[in-house]
Design a protein around this ligand. Structure first.
Ligand SMILES: [Mn+2]
Length: 433
């Protein structure tokens, strides 16, 4: 009894420590690697290396986050891994293999042992150098950026290199026929089309983010600090299974609503302010990205409501423009039509959309929309405090609305539709205190 219970506790602890273990399945991971191999010719290879753990203060580190392409192709978020994909094959003992994962075997920092690869082999990290020395002279294109300085110093027995471009130069010097390129050129187009398992993961992150925003709607009031609102958003996210915010939570009130990547979150919020909350949970390596702009007092001013409704209509125009085959520029044009039409064209300064997935600004081509892409829709209007071309009640208003959409055969599904968005929905949600 005791043994079974302690096993369950140990399993739960391992899953909690390494949530990327849970999904997707081994078959899907092998299929992803097979697609990368198929996209490379025999003169190309890919080497993906987990980044070094970074020191934050003395003997403590920053929360670890592995390389996104490595996570996509292994499902593993632990440090110390290197994945080699080589269509021409490398010799391991008496056999030739195309997929080699270099990793410490056995228990490591509480992590469960690595599951065996269905089509490749796992070798200890010490074997990496020999494999690369065999492989690289026959390779013309190496997909291996970013390569970490420590990795390369060890590999080339070179002087310590600190800049990525130096690393690239050093490699291309040692192997004059070799070109070093970014793995996302190959992996990005694959990552851009989400599998059902990935869409399910993104949905979970969206639910957690929605719970965080619901908490903000309830708790927000004048006199509260932006960081209090941040904490109120992040607590339900973690409770819903988030391993971290997918990016630093942006909670910008009053003049800070106009700063796009504001993340200081130190200001005291005042009645009459709106507060922009651009937040997203990360669960099992997948991000959500939602922005809501709400009135600190619980009620929008007439001017705030007017600007809000323009931004909302711009977003509705984007929703209407999303369909397979549409161009990214169509989304921009749809939103600009509304915002320019309302006379706010000069108050919009950022792009309208990006891919969403393992990275909050996920890899992938941004030309034609295809079924299975998950993208954001984020129009905004930001009127400078000192702009005298508008009536005083409009000055200093910053509004952004951001939702996440899945491109479907028929158009799109707004994955974040459960989060209150219209003026009426927001004011109602804020009354429930
Ligand atoms: Mn975004």
């Amino acid at each position: 009894m005791r043994t079974i219970l302690s096993m369950i506790v140990a399993c739960a602890a391992m899953l909690a420590a390494h949530p990327a273990m849970a999904a997707p399945g081994a078959t899907e991971l092998a299929a992803r690697r097979a697609r990368v191999l198929a996209a490379l010719d025999t003169t190309a290879a890919m080497v993906l290396r987990a980044p070094e753990e970074r020191n934050r203060s003395g003997d403590t580190g920053y929360k670890y986050r592995t390389d996104s392409n490595l996570l996509y192709l292994t499902g593993e978020d632990r440090p110390g891994l290197t994945l080699v994909l080589a269509p021409r094959g490398v010799r391991i003992g008496d056999t030739t293999v195309h997929v080699v994962l270099f990793a410490k075997t056995g228990m490591h920092d509480g992590a469960p042992p690595l599951p065996a690869l269905t089509e490749g082999v796992i070798r200890p990290p010490e074997d990496l150098k020999a494999v690369l020395e065999e492989l690289l002279p026959s390779i013309r294109t190496l997909y291996a950026i970013p390569v970490t300085p420590a990795f390369i110093a060890d590999w080339l027995n070179a002087r310590p290199l600190f800049l990525e471009r130096d690393v690239k130069k050093e490699l291309e010097k040692k192997y004059p026929l070799l070109k070093v390129r970014n793995p996302s050129l190959v992996v990005g187009p694959l990552r851009a089309i989400k599998s059902p398992a990935e869409i399910a993961q993104i949905r979970r992150s969206i639910v957690a983010t929605g719970e965080g925003l619901a908490s903000a709607f309830r708790i927000c009031r004048q006199g509260m600090k932006e960081y209090e609102l941040q904490a109120a958003i992040e607590y339900p996210m973690y409770r819903a299974g988030a391993t971290a915010p997918a990016f630093s939570s942006i909670v910008g009130s009053g003049p800070n609503a106009l700063i796009l990547h504001y993340e200081r979150n130190r200001r005291m919020m005042q009645a009459g302010d709106v507060v922009v909350m651009d937040v997203g949970a990360e669960i099992e390596g997948y991000a959500a990205d939602i922005t809501r702009t709400i009135p600190v007092s619980g009620t929008f001013s007439a001017e705030q409501r007017m600007v809000y409704d323009v931004v909302l209509r711009a977003q509705e125009a984007i929703v209407g423009a999303i369909r397979p085959g549409a161009l990214w520029s169509d989304l921009d044009r749809a939103a600009r039509g509304v915002i320019d039409g309302a006379g706010y064209g000069k108050f919009w300064r950022h792009s309208v959309s990006h891919h969403l997935g393992i990275d909050v600004h996920d890899a992938g081509p941004m030309d034609t929309l295809r079924v299975g892409m998950v993208i954001t829709m984020e129009p905004g209007v930001y009127i400078p405090v000192g702009d005298t071309t508008v009536a005083p009640g409009f000055r200093g208003i910053g509004i952004r609305i951001e939702d996440d959409a899945l491109v479907t055969e028929r158009g799109c599904e707004v994955l974040t539709r459960a989060v209150p968005k219209s003026v009426r929905e927001i004011e109602r949600a804020m009354k429930k205190k």
